[in-house]
Write a protein that binds this ligand. Structure first.
Ligand code: LLP
Length: 481
């Protein structure tokens, strides 16, 4: 449930009151599962990522800075591959990392080397993963409105799968494939009528959204038939994605059952055998201690078992399976480190007080709080503070009162300008959704890998931004007489 103002949160107070988080235990505690596996504190209380103090990162790279624990990322990728390996050997599974969560060459290469493929959803993401060295046949191309140029590029590069989202796209892709003299490898994206978000899922027809072909209306089976019989298309399989930041395994289970039912109907009624079923991504992560994410080591085997059992029950061969986690691979690996610039104490109605702590980033590096009313965990990162916690709001430096990083947090009452704050679980949909609003450069991403620091993305500079504006980079044009 989002409390965000419908027109975008213009003023912080337009957003209704939220329950305050519980007063925390010792301020230095790092909530398990929220911080990267390599996060701990040294003797001075400084937060370290895989042994490197964030103070050192801040000194070398400035703030704000996103610090990624490379081992955390690789371990999660490995855990997914392991959890989705069918011990019975009947289901062959591929994990595609959803690049929209965060893309950079280093991440592509680490995940490629762990055996994952890549899900991309624009020509830009496609170009990035190919340039970083991901083999094209391990790339899967999504999007509800891919342009003809994007489709042509994808076919030319030899991407393994194009997920077709509409009848218009089916026509467009077939025509381009025909032109190019190739058969386009396609998955048909189906809306199964299962929609899951966090703790709940709805298993009724969910027609009122833009993605995919509807199962309920028969559009999905029409699309499959068209693809199966088209000389310029090679039907690889069927795709479904039920949502994001999901904590309920039952949503995936119901989707899997419905998908297998669809495969059985296609086989019985149209004689079409589907070789691959992609059940999308959406596995949730722990942003705060209130979040209880899925235990993937248990959920993976159970879901594979459901698919195999349902295939046996419906009399269809077990298809190859695929999943597309994004957030669950990269989200927990990264923390954002900010420097505190100002501290103000405000009195609220009812005699309460709130401390406003302004940091040197904000909605330009983390739009999720303003956009989705997302919750995060923050800690004082450069020392242990003896002071009692105060109800605080961490805000950014942008010219809007909705520029909030963390709405309610308990932070030590002695936080002062120059202190560092670290916000956990910012690896997914933070840097990838960043902007340079107010001409603030997007922050760098730095990885700690084998105890050493390396730049994953450098900081965006004013020069980068000025380059887009000919008025700032080109000599003035002299008018012709
Ligand atoms: N596959 C498809 C087809 C998707 O649309 C998505 C996400 C994923 C996989 C990966 O989902 P994940 O495992 O990361 O949840 N900006 C939002 C999330 C948007 C997700 C869009 N699609 C946020 O910050 O929460």
């Amino acid at each position: 449930m989002s409390r965000a103002h419908p027109a975008g949160p213009k003023h912080g107070d337009l957003i209704g009151p939220s329950p305050l988080p519980a007063i925390p235990g010792p301020a230095a505690e790092l909530t398990a599962g929220v911080w990267p596996v390599g996060a701990d504190r040294d003797q001075t209380g400084t937060l370290c990522i895989s042994g490197v103090p964030v103070t050192e990162v801040a000194e070398r790279f400035g703030t704000p800075v996103l610090v990624m624990d490379a081992d955390d990322l690789r371990t999660r990728a490995r855990d997914y591959v392991r959890a989705f390996t069918d011990p019975s050997g009947r289901a062959e599974v591929t994990i595609y990392y959803a690049g929209k969560a965060f893309l950079a060459a280093a991440v592509v290469r680490w995940l490629r080397d762990e055996g994952l493929g890549m899900d991309v959803c624009s020509g830009g993401e496609l170009a990035c993963v190919l340039a970083a060295g991901m083999p094209a046949n391990r790339v899967l191309f999504h999007g509800n409105n891919k342009s003809a140029a994007e489709l042509r590029t994808a076919l030319g590069a030899g991407v393994g799968r194009i997920v077709v989202d509409s009848h218009d796209e089916l026509d467009r892709l077939a025509a381009i494939a025909h032109d190019e003299g190739v058969r386009a490898p396609v998955l048909i994206r189906v809306t199964l009528g299962v929609e899951a978000h966090t703790h709940e899922f709805i298993a009724t027809a969910h027609e009122d959204q833009k993605f995919g072909f509807s199962l309920a209306s028969g559009s999905a089976s029409r699309a499959v038939r068209r693809a199966a019989h088209h000389p310029d298309l090679e039907l690889i399989g069927v795709h479904s994605h039920i949502g994001s930041q999901i904590f309920v395994a039952s949503g995936f289970e119901v989707a899997a059952q419905r998908a297998v039912g669809f495969l059985a109907d296609l086989r019985a009624m149209d004689g079409i055998e589907i070789g691959e079923l992609n059940l999308g991504g959406g596995m949730g992560i722990r942003y705060t201690e209130a979040d209880e994410p899925l235990d993937i080591a248990a959920m993976g085997p159970a879901l594979l078992q459901t698919v195999v059992a349902e295939c046996d029950r419906r009399g269809v061969p077990v298809p190859r399976l695929a999943f597309e986690p994004g957030r669950a691979i990269v989200g927990p690996s990264t923390v954002t480190v900010y420097e505190v610039g100002t501290v103000k104490r405000r009195s609220l109605d009812g005699g309460r007080k709130r401390t406003y702590i302004s940091v040197d980033g904000g909605m330009s590096d983390n739009i999720r709080t303003a956009l989705y009313d997302a919750d995060y965990t923050v800690t004082l990162a450069n020392r242990i503070a003896p002071a009692a916690p105060e109800l605080s709001r961490v805000v950014g430096k942008h010219c809007e009162s909705g520029d909030i990083v963390i709405r309610d947090a308990w932070l030590p009452g002695d936080v002062v300008p120059g202190d560092l704050l670290a916000v956990a679980a910012t690896g997914a949909y933070n840097r990838s959704m960043a902007s340079n609003y107010n001409m603030v450069g997007r922050p760098p991403v730095v990885a700690v890998d084998g105890g050493r620091l390396r730049t994953v993305l450098r900081r965006e500079t004013l020069t980068d931004m000025f380059h887009l504006d000919p008025g700032l980079t080109e000599p003035p044009i002299t008018p012709t007489p």
